[in-house]
Ligand binder design. Structure first.
Ligand SMILES: Nc1ncnc2c1ncn2[C@@H]1O[C@H](COP(=O)(O)OP(=O)(O)OP(=O)(O)O)[C@@H](O)[C@H]1O
Length: 250
């Protein structure tokens, strides 16, 4: 069986009013691209923030590699690459310097950093922006830089929230290839997206999230993936409506 890179069990964080994430079990194994899909507000970002320790759960467990989240030390985190929310970059530093800082924060030995950064700039086609301050980059190029920073150290676990949102078609292709390369090399990849077709091209497993719960999976090889997605979501909505409707008086 493939090695587990990430596991959540019964992960729960409820926000006032009931939104949030409720009882989520998720596995990401080595060599696998696992996609999360769901409507706006379904809970994908909240789930990713929980499993990266950016948000405290009400209950449930997360394991990164072999470690419980609360026990994960610097060595475990150095093997994780993530981009959730806005790409973190110092606006006054150029792209190359930002990638250098990101590599240092991951504990990459200094002599290895220049070649790693050069490879990352090439992989996301950012070489022409190596000496350009990040604050003047377009949002798409800033997103490319964020993805480059998350992937450059070849992490064992990659967590990316909508990494292709602001990208042009060339950028989408580059990110797709970069993720496939990492999975092929043995990383576990968790990625969220709204683009079902895009996800179907690269994902080995697609989990549908609806109103804070995982409600089923989609077959990446399946035809009419959109239809299958909406069928799952509507069935879940109907089931919940049935649960919350008051019983008829006899
Ligand atoms: N800090 C918070 N306090 C209260 N509610 C929150 C908080 N963060 C998220 N929510 C709510 O939790 C739900 C899930 O939000 P989340 O951002 O995880 O969804 P998403 O699936 O990533 O959506 P999108 O596809 O639009 O990015 C939403 O209803 C959101 O309004």
């Amino acid at each position: 069986m493939s090695e587990l890179r990430l596991q959540t069990r019964n992960l729960t964080r409820a926000f006032p009013g009931g939104a949030g994430v409720h009882g989520v079990d998720l596995d990401v194994t080595a060599g696998q691209i696992h996609a999360l899909v769901g409507l706006n507000g379904a809970g994908k970002t909240t789930l990713m923030r929980l499993l990266l320790g950016m948000l405290r759960p009400d209950s449930g467990a997360v394991r990164l590699g072999g470690c419980a989240l609360g026990e994960a030390g610097a060595a475990t985190w150095a093997r994780v690459g993530h981009l959730v929310g806005h790409p973190l970059a110092y606006p006054e530093l150029d792209a190359e310097s930002n990638l250098t800082v990101a590599a240092r924060m991951r504990g990459v030995p200094r002599p290895r950093i220049p070649a790693m950064v050069a490879r990352a700039l090439a992989e996301l086609d950012l070489e022409q922006y190596a000496r350009v301050r990040t604050r003047v980059l377009s949002s798409g190029n800033r997103q490319r830089l964020g993805v480059a920073g998350a992937l450059q150290h070849d992490p064992d676990l990659v967590v990316l929230d909508e990494p292709t949102n602001a990208l042009d078609p060339a950028g989408v292709l580059l990110v797709r290839e970069a993720l496939l390369r990492r999975a092929h090399a043995g990383a576990g990849v968790l990625v969220s997206s709204h683009h079902l077709d895009e996800v179907a091209r690269i994902a080995h497993r697609i989990t549908v999230v609806n109103r804070g719960r995982t409600i089923g999976t989609l077959d990446p090889e399946g035809v009419e993936i959109e239809r299958a997605f909406f069928a799952l979501v509507h069935a879940d909505d109907e089931r919940r409506k049935g649960c919350t409707q008051p019983s008829r008086p006899r």
